[in-house]
Design a protein around this ligand. Structure first.
Ligand code: SMG
Ligand code: MG
Length: 371
């Protein structure tokens, strides 16, 4: 089956988070993203490009992603026949980098192909679960006491795995306080590249906190120094920012730079590459889990489908819709099941329905491109 891409519409969306989210690289109160609507054969597929307003997590921003989509990716695919995902990707293969922009477009194609074939994204990817284990990622709070209180509230809501963000000056004390208050909770920390190899003694002090993992302690472009750090620690290092492709994952595993990998479709240029990383890690016995980028329900549907693959053996940064936004641009909301899981959508494609009124309300700019 081939379908011709007739129209692509880009929407710059801004949504207020229920609470500000602080990491080692800054604070976000309003989350930006680009919603990609692809129209073909009477169907509309949606994708979410997770680039934020500022280049804190990675170099891409909503503005750079818009530029790459409008000037390079959309012109490469508009009016073209699409048989499958590899044939779509081949059309923009000459565009280097900009994985978040590519992943937004690719997600819309997965949605439309799934709808055309009557298959859910989880089915298409090879998912094996109807619910996925999830946790919550807790931003840096004004004080350690406020953090412990915040974590307690999430645990009371039913989250069985907690991740806390750390930065220099707010690391060991925060992690120790949370561990002391909740001795049995599954706990992990995320540094978002805020440290250097010379900080190894700090991470060694975390070894007796029984953490599931330490996420991305060192520079985003430095797999090598992580390979120097990991042997000095008992706790597994998990790489996030450093892994942009299956080749990076292979290098990191072979160098001993990490024992766990966080997979985000956006960071690795889409779901096809995300699946490749999953397959490689699964073959080699390296556990993976699904990361999050404060997605709307469009991106969350994609994350949940991805997390249903067999190698996703650790809980994902995928929380209930209400943890992020008061109102979302797609329905139905994702809710937390009592066993700290979220159910995998079963309808064709992403399996969520965009709410046109809300999408319009949160749109700050849009542009449509026709074949
Ligand atoms: O989507 O629940 C979520 C957020 C998960 O902590 C999270 N993501 O480095 O893993 C990470 C961060 C990146 C996003 S910060 C805006
Ligand atoms: Mg991370």
């Amino acid at each position: 089956m081939k379908i011709k891409i007739e129209q692509i519409e880009l929407r710059h969306v801004m949504m207020r988070l229920v609470a500000p989210f602080e990491t080692s690289f800054g604070v976000e109160q309003d989350r930006a993203c680009i919603v990609v609507a692809m129209r073909a054969g009477g169907l509309t597929g949606y994708g979410e490009c997770v680039a934020a307003s500022e280049p804190g997590y990675c170099y891409e921003t909503t503005t750079t992603a818009w530029h790459i989509l409008r000037d390079f990716l959309v012109p490469a695919v508009i009016g073209q026949e699409m048989a499958d995902i590899p044939s779509l990707i081949a059309r923009y293969a000459r565009v280097r980098g900009h994985p978040l922009a590519k992943a937004g477009l690719e997600m819309a194609a997965w949605d439309i192909l799934g709808q055309a074939q009557g298959r859910s994204l989880a089915q298409t990817l090879g998912g094996v679960r109807d619910r996925v284990e999830v946790g919550v990622s807790v931003g840096i709070q004004p004080t350690t006491e406020a953090l412990v209180e915040r974590v307690g509230r999430y645990i009371a809501e039913g989250y069985a795995r907690i991740k806390i963000k750390i930065k220099p000056g707010r690391d060991l004390t925060d992690a120790r306080a949370v561990r002391a208050a909740f001795p049995n909770i599954r706990l992990q920390v995320d540094a978002n590249s805020a440290y250097q190899l010379a900080d190894a003694p700090l991470f060694q002090q975390m070894d007796d906190l029984n953490l599931l993992l330490i996420e991305q302690p060192l520079a985003e472009d430095d797999i090598y120094d992580h390979s120097k750090l990991q042997p000095q620690l008992k706790t597994p290092i998990c790489l996030d920012e450093s892994i942009l492709s299956a080749d990076h994952a292979r290098a990191a595993i072979e160098l001993g730079a990490c024992r766990i990998i966080n997979i985000k479709a956006g960071r690795v240029s889409g779901l096809l590459e995300a699946k490749k990383i999953h397959d490689l890690c699964h073959e080699r016995g390296v556990p993976v889990w699904c990361g999050g980028m404060l997605e709307t329900n469009i991106g969350r549907a994609s994350n949940i489908a991805l997390a249903s693959l067999p190698g996703f053996t650790l809980p994902g940064d995928i929380s209930a819709s209400s943890r992020y936004y008061f109102e979302d641009i797609a329905d139905p909301p994702f809710v937390l099941n009592p066993d700290s899981t979220i159910s995998v959508p079963t309808a064709p494609g992403l399996g969520v329905k965009v709410n046109p009124k809300n999408l319009e309300r949160f749109t700050v700019a849009h542009e449509a491109f026709n074949a």
